[in-house]
Ligand binder design. Structure first.
Ligand code: 13P
Length: 251
């Protein structure tokens, strides 16, 4: 297992003022914390401003989406090079809201993961089952299919850039966290699959985050699982106190 990795996903929240305030507060709160990798994935329009604020800190910057083409006539899209240009290290790809609200397919997500790696970004590649899929006993089939399709064509060397985030859709923004056992069970399955697709060394090193109503009060319990290497945090990452408390708990 690598260094724990806690990332905040601000989603389509904040405004210019509150975004800068949140970033400034985190820099202040997390001074000297270096045993955990941390990142904030912020709306595109605030990346540049937040990049300057984070430059004096250990907190990395990430985006929430990227397009797979390098440049050209793709109105409304943002390239890897643009994200690098404004200081991004990470990019979230295949978030369940993009899969289920925007309609992104496994094939599109795979193109994005590949483009991100080629473009020098570290993808946070998200997978997770819907409630009806869990209830139908299809969690393993759904998640393993998403992992296989998302990582298709990515060789052993390149896959080391990837963090996988397991986010059960029924736990996102619902206040309903997966139990530590539920998270561990799926994380172990994902790690086993990575070992099968690549090798055990890569599987041991790849970081698998849990996401879905993670908050200060359940951080220690979730992180105590052997296969939970980090968290991808939505709502709680919008509060300086909560997000920094989570990172300090892990540190
Ligand atoms: P919440 O932490 O708000 O449930 O969101 C999780 C998530 O989707 C992070 O990407």
């Amino acid at each position: 297992m690598g260094k724990p990795f806690i990332a905040g996903n601000w989603k389509m929240n904040t405004n210019y003022r509150s975004a800068l305030g949140l970033a400034t507060g985190l820099v202040e709160q997390l001074k000297g914390v270096d045993t955990v990798d941390s990142a904030v994935c912020v709306p595109f329009v605030y990346l540049q401003a937040i990049s300057s604020i984070l430059s004096s800190s250990n907190i990395a910057l990430g985006a929430q989406n990227v397009f797979y083409e390098g440049n050209g006539a793709f109105t409304g899209e943002i390239s890897c090079e643009m994200l690098k240009d404004v200081g991004c290290t990470y990019v979230i790809i295949g978030h369940s809201e993009r899969r289920h609200v925007i309609g992104e397919t496994d094939a599109v997500i795979n193109k994005k993961v590949r483009a991100a790696i080629t473009g020098g970004l570290l993808p946070i590649f998200c997978v997770g089952e819907l409630l009806e899929e869990r209830e139908a006993g299809k969690t393993e089939a759904v998640v393993s299919s998403q992992v296989r399709k998302g990582l298709q064509g990515i060789d052993a060397e390149r896959v080391q850039a990837v963090t996988i985030a397991y986010e059960p859709v029924w736990a996102i923004g619902t206040g309903k966290t997966a139990t530590a056992e539920q998270a561990q069970e799926v994380h172990a399955m994902i790690r086993g699959l990575v070992a099968e697709l690549y090798d055990k060394g890569i599987a041991d090193r790849i970081r698998i985050q849990y996401g879905g109503s993670a908050k200060p009060s359940n951080t220690a319990e979730l992180m105590a699982n052997p296969d939970v290497d980090g968290l991808l945090v939505g709502g709680a990452s919008l509060k300086t106190e909560d997000f920094s408390a989570m990172i300090k708990t892990v540190a």
